[in-house]
Design a protein around this ligand. Structure first.
Ligand SMILES: *Cc1c(COP(=O)(O)O)cnc(C)c1O
Length: 384
């Protein structure tokens, strides 16, 4: 329409489509496994790159009770976006200014005395009680409190609770081998966790709740569920233990791009940098405007296919910064500029994030964290 301020905005060239109905479905699957335990949806790293706010809202609407993040800043951003459920963060340097988190009623997971001192300082400054949980190291040997450090931390915590500076909420820990459900280390961590709980009680500190299980344990080890499970990857519809099962989960992210050009390539011609691929016979190729800057790893070159024109189309030649090429053969399907290619998604026949993970010798977690930069993220469905 002449003079209209409205323009026809086409679909983005490259897009990560996040289906919030899949998030809700996956939370319901987890709830079936969790029994009486509550669900904390883990939305660290911007919801495993799916959008922390949108995922948290969808998961809470589907029955999750609490929200977990890594940093205090991530937690405060969720609160600022209007999430009212309990939010826990658990990985912060002791020089973090915890005042914004205390002011926003964020539960702060501490794993060292210096962190607790810093939280207490923020609470004093604000004249407001801080909610603290303690992360204990039961065998992962990353950031929990070690048994030898625990009594000292408990003494300080006890003083702060008595003083009214701190509310002690939970004791929690993280598993090292949950993706091997029968591994004896899981049992060892459970035993150590029970010892930590007993020690806290001996110091007069009774946690309101205790929690240990990530996705893998939530789906396979009901005996480790305690009061709450903390699933991340399963909420996003990817299996924490693909060798065992997909557990009926539905991948929430579809990574897709629109065909920018379809062209003829004559027999003997090379395609893309280095001519790593040479046409054996006359063929048709499609140029897809997604490359390693968008989260398509260059090392995937020649080892993947996309879903396009109703079939898998093999990627050919090198993946570049901004583009990749697939072979359409005689293009009997009539693929045209503007058609959508699925790089990975959730429907049967489509390439799956797990497939990329196996090809690249990594895990599906890293694959969904890939799309970035120019990729436009769009949310579908759910209660927004
Ligand atoms: C990331 C994380 C989780 C979730 O792990 P998944 O394997 O994605 O389910 C749970 N707890 C803690 C402490 C974490 O860091």
């Amino acid at each position: 329409m002449a003079g209209s301020v409205f323009v026809n905005i086409p679909d983005p060239q490259v897009e990560a489509l996040v289906d919030l109905a899949a998030i809700a479905h996956n939370v319901r699957i987890l709830a079936e496994h969790a029994g009486d335990a509550a669900i904390m949806v883990v939305v660290k790293a911007d919801g495993y790159n799916h959008g922390a706010v949108e995922v948290a809202r969808a998961a809470l609407a589907a029955g999750a009770r609490e929200v977990g993040t890594t940093t205090a800043a991530e937690a405060v951003a969720l609160r600022a976006a209007g999430i009212e459920a309990p939010i826990l963060c658990w990985l912060n340097t002791s020089d973090t200014d915890f005042a914004p988190a205390v002011a926003a009623d964020i539960e702060i997971g501490v794993s060292a005395r210096a962190q607790l001192e810093s939280v207490a300082a923020a609470a004093r400054k604000l004249g407001r009680r801080a909610t603290v949980s303690v992360k204990v190291d039961t065998g992962l040997n990353r950031n929990g409190v070690l048994p030898a450090e625990f009594p000292d931390l408990l003494d300080l915590l006890h003083d702060l609770v008595t003083e009214g500076i701190v509310r002690f909420r939970a004791l929690f820990s993280h598993l090292a081998l949950a993706d091997e459900p029968d591994h004896p280390v899981n049992n060892m961590q459970r035993e150590r966790f029970l010892e930590f709980i007993a020690t806290a009680k001996e110091h007069g500190l009774e946690p309101e709740l205790v929690h240990l299980a990530n996705s893998a344990a939530a789906l396979t080890r009901p005996d480790l569920a305690f009061d709450m499970v903390r699933p991340g990857i399963a909420v996003y519809g990817l299996s924490p233990i693909p060798e065992i099962s997909d557990f009926g989960l539905r991948p929430a992210m579809t990574f897709r791009a629109r065909v920018l050009r379809v062209k003829h390539v004559a027999a003997g011609e090379g395609v893309s940098y280095g001519h790593q691929w040479i046409a054996e016979h006359d063929t048709t190729v499609a140029l897809i405007p997604a490359g390693y800057a968008d989260g398509v790893p260059r090392t995937l070159g020649g080892r993947f296919s996309v879903w396009l024109g109703g079939a898998r189309r093999p990627g050919i030649g090198r993946i570049c910064m901004d583009q990749l090429v697939v072979d359409l053969g005689d293009n009997a399907a009539g693929v045209r500029e503007g058609d959508t290619a699925i790089l990975f998604g959730g429907e049967p026949d489509q390439p799956h994030a797990q497939e990329w993970a196996e090809t690249l010798d990594t895990i599906n977690y890293e694959i969904v964290c890939g799309p970035r930069g120019r990729v436009r993220r769009t949310h579908l469905g759910g209660d927004r």
